[in-house]
Ligand binder design. Sequence first.
Ligand SMILES: [Zn+2]
Length: 239
Amino acid sequence: MSNSYIPERAMFIYAHPDDIEFGVAGTAALWAKHGCEVTYVIVTDGNIGSHDKSLTGEQLAAIRHAEQRAAADIVGVQRVLFLGYHDGLTEPSLAMRKHFVKLIRQYKPNVVVSGDPRSVFVEDSYINHPDHRAVATAVVDAVFPASEMRLQYQEFEEEGIFAHKINYLYISYGPDANLFIDISEVIDLKIEALKCHAPSQFPEWDPTEMVKQWSGEAGKRIGVKYAEAFRRFVLHEVE
Ligand SMILES: [Zn+2]
């Protein structure tokens, strides 16, 4: 099933700077190009994500913020919110759920995009990062039912922030994808956005071929050159 739906507003919530670029920045680029107001929420500072002994965690966080902003600018994202959680130490806590609910109510996305909370072992060679699972779990719990329940976190009303119903939740990396988005027209933007993270993450490596290979495999599923795969949940269908 392909889908040309462009939401009015979308919020991408991921654990680390570079998670979006490795996975779903093509969809962000496509939507932004066609008029969607896209918000990136980056939960941790990525402040342990380096083996460079000359850097402190604070210095690394500053570098990674700058890389993430540059990546977001390339795809035309409206805003990037850094929540400042410590890299590697996230939990799907009630506090995190509340934090996400507040942002969802504030920015009113039609679509929330995040990772797959069920993903622990990926094929035979990759253990999904605990931050990815923690954030994805808290996102799912924030999306439904918390964000739309008026009486939960009613204190936000004092700040003019009210309950909000999300239309769709898109989960990336799921083995049971039911939606493939054609990103062929923005594949170059996806590659350029990922390259913004090269200085701190992969200074010696050009990700072009890998992005083309992954996106090409998803593309085959719907007969296009490049695509991104999602499991889409319908919460409140757009009329
Ligand atoms: Zn990550």
